[in-house]
Every structure is written in structure tokens, then in C-alpha cells.
Ligand binder design. Structure first.
Ligand code: F6P
Length: 319
């Protein structure tokens, strides 16, 4: 008998087939990515999504692959970062699934980790209302990172698990049953080129990090910025740290860059279930909701102590 693509032990029975379909599709996506320039021209710009973001060939291909795979499953509504409206898949499906089919697409052509992020709610009769609700109502959140290893990190609300794809057997193997994020760390991740646009509390926080041993934090920091949310999340889950994509003064960045439904909500769920924190700077992401499918929220997540400190900066008088 062939081994299932992922063992059912830690997956709620009703969701198993959906997760297995995500796993099978991500194995195909990983194979396409691994071929890079030997295969199709994955990084070519082929259009624009509803927000005016450039769509790369791989963004569109992945969206088509996940749609096709999930059509056969227990998924009633499918919302994708690449599509303007919600798709109806299986009218008897129990779930509503939101997906960023290919996150970090600026890294497609440079052989750096990219990923797929997904979030699952129980479906309501109304397509949009199935997603426009508090992030705490998710029944599952997770991502697949396509890097040196292909790994699935997922939560169903009882801890965060990590599986790594065995390239020989094409099976996702459980490697961590309950991930925990280091409570503190010396590493921060932010796109520092936007410094002059940030809100004051974020500038103050980063200034304190940059001041190192001589500043109020009393320690030297290291900075990282990959430009793929999944890669930053995976690093922070593995060794702690903090990620910030704050709101800033640029047009269109009033609520940061990242989409609530496809990115912030599932990442926040995974992080909180691993003992970290995820906020919009002050308020937990899991307490927030947006009123449009592609709505954005500022995102600050990682080691609990660091995220709490950023929130404290928001409550301090500006200097
Ligand atoms: O939302 C897509 C994304 O590529 C994320 O994966 C990443 O964290 C962020 O945008 C990078 O933003 P910037 O272009 O400002 O570096």
C-alpha cells in the first residue's frame, strides 16, 4: 500500500483531504520551482491583480493548480490573492479556504525561498462573509515554504506542527509536533529603506535596536530582510526574532503592505500557536477583521517579548 502524502494523526478528520490536496499540489509546485530556468519562464510578468500588483507567471500557474486540486475537495469557497472575487468550488463543501498561492514572487528568479500561505474557516452561505470575520475564527492556518527543504507548517488551533517533504518518498514527515518560538531574540526584520515613511513608534523601536548595547535595550542586534514573508516566518519560528511591516506614509501603505486574509491571519495563527505574538503594532491580529477581501493590516510578529515592546512604543508619548 502506498504511504499517504501526510499522516492523518494531527489533522482533524474533516480537514484531512483538504490538507492532503494542498500537500500534493505543493509537491508539484516545488518540482516546478526546483527546475528554475530549465523549465518555464516563471518570473515573467504576465498581468496585474485587482490591487495593481504585478502578477508573475508562477503566481498565476500556482493559483490554477491549487484551484484545480481543491475543486474536488470539501471546499465551498476559494478566495485567492490572485483573484478579485471568491470562487465557488464544491457547493456541498464545509470550508472556506483563502490562499496566497505564491508568496514572495520577487524572489522567483533569484533562487531564494518562496511559499504558499493558506487560511481555512468554516464556510457560511455568503461567500465574502465566510472570510470577512475575526481571524480568531480560523480553523486552520499554515504555509508551505519552498526552500532548500520544502516544509509545511500548520496549526489547527492545538499547537503548531512542522512537516518536511522527503524528496525520495514524496511524503511530508512530521518533524516537530509542537513548535515553540524563542521568547526573545537579537534579530529584527523590516524593510529599512522605508524608514522615513514609518509611523513614529516603529521608528523609535528600530532606533533603539540600532543603538545596540548603548541603547535602552542594552544589546546588539542583527537585521535580516529576505522579502518573502514565508521565509521570514520560518526563520523566526526556528530561532526567534521579530518581523515588522508597519503602516507608512506612502500612498497605498496606510495599512502596511500585507493582506489580512491571505497573509496576516494565517501567519498570526501559526505564530500564536507556537507561543509567539502577532499584532498590528498594538492589537492582536487574531482580534482583527477586514471589510474587503484584499484589505491590508500592519503586521508585527515574532518572539513575544519583542512584539510586546513594540506595542509599548505605541503607547508612549512621541518625542
Ligand atoms: O506580500 C508580498 C511580499 O513579497 C512578502 O512576502 C514580503 O514580506 C513583502 O511583500 C516584501 O515587501 P517589500 O517589497 O517592501 O520588501
Amino acid at each position: 500500500m502506498t504511504q499517504p502524502v501526510i499522516a492523518p494523526d494531527h489533522i482533524p478528520a474533516d480537514l484531512y483531504d483538504v490538507i492532503a490536496a494542498l500537500c500534493r499540489t505543493s509537491i508539484d509546485v516545488a518540482a516546478i520551482i526546483a527546475k528554475g530556468p530549465l523549465g518555464q519562464s516563471l518570473g515573467n510578468l504576465v498581468g496585474e491583480n485587482s490591487d495593481g500588483d504585478g502578477q508573475k507567471a508562477l503566481d498565476v500557474l500556482c493559483d490554477e493548480m491549487f484551484t484545480a486540486a481543491l475543486t474536488r475537495e470539501n471546499v465551498r469557497w476559494y478566495a485567492s490573492e490572485e483573484q478579485e472575487t471568491v470562487n465557488s468550488l464544491n457547493e456541498n463543501g464545509k470550508y472556506a479556504l483563502a490562499i496566497d498561492p505564491l508568496d514572495g514572487s520577487s524572489n522567483i528568479d533569484v533562487n531564494v525561498s518562496i511559499g504558499t500561505i493558506f487560511s481555512i474557516f468554516e464556510a457560511k452561505d455568503d461567500a465574502e462573509a465566510s472570510f470577512l470575520r475575526p481571524a480568531s475564527e480560523q480553523v486552520c492556518g499554515g504555509y508551505v515554504v519552498y526552500g532548500p527543504q520544502t516544509a509545511l507548517v500548520v496549526t489547527f488551533g492545538a499547537g503548531t506542527q512542522m512537516y518536511v517533504l522527503d524528496p525520495d518518498t514524496k511524503v511530508f514527515i512530521l518533524v516537530e509536533e509542537k513548535m515553540t518560538i524563542a521568547p526573545t531574540s537579537k534579530e529584527f526584520a523590516i524593510n529599512a529603506s522605508n524608514y522615513r515613511h514609518w509611523v513614529q513608534p516603529v521608528r523609535a523601536y528600530v532606533d533603539n535596536c540600532l543603538a545596540g548595547k548603548d541603547g535602552p535595550h542594552g544589546k546588539d542586534y542583527n537585521m535580516r530582510w529576505v522579502g518573502s514573508l514565508v521565509a521570514e516566518t520560518h526563520r523566526i519560528l526556528s530561532r526567534g526574532g521579530i518581523f515588522l511591516y508597519p503602516s507608512d506614509a506612502r500612498k497605498g501603505y496606510e495599512n502596511g503592505r500585507l493582506r489580512m486574509i491571505y497573509e496576516c491571519a494565517p501567519i498570526a495563527f501559526v505564530i500564536e500557536q507556537a507561543g509567539g505574538r502577532a499584532t498590528d503594532g498594538e492589537t492582536p491580529i487574531l482580534e482583527r477583521q477586514v471589510d474587503t477581501l484584499h484589505g491590508r493590516v500592519p503586521l508585527v510578529f515574532g518572539s513575544a517579548e519583542k512584539v510586546t515592546r513594540v506595542a509599548e512604543h505605541h503607547n508612549m508619548p512621541a518625542v
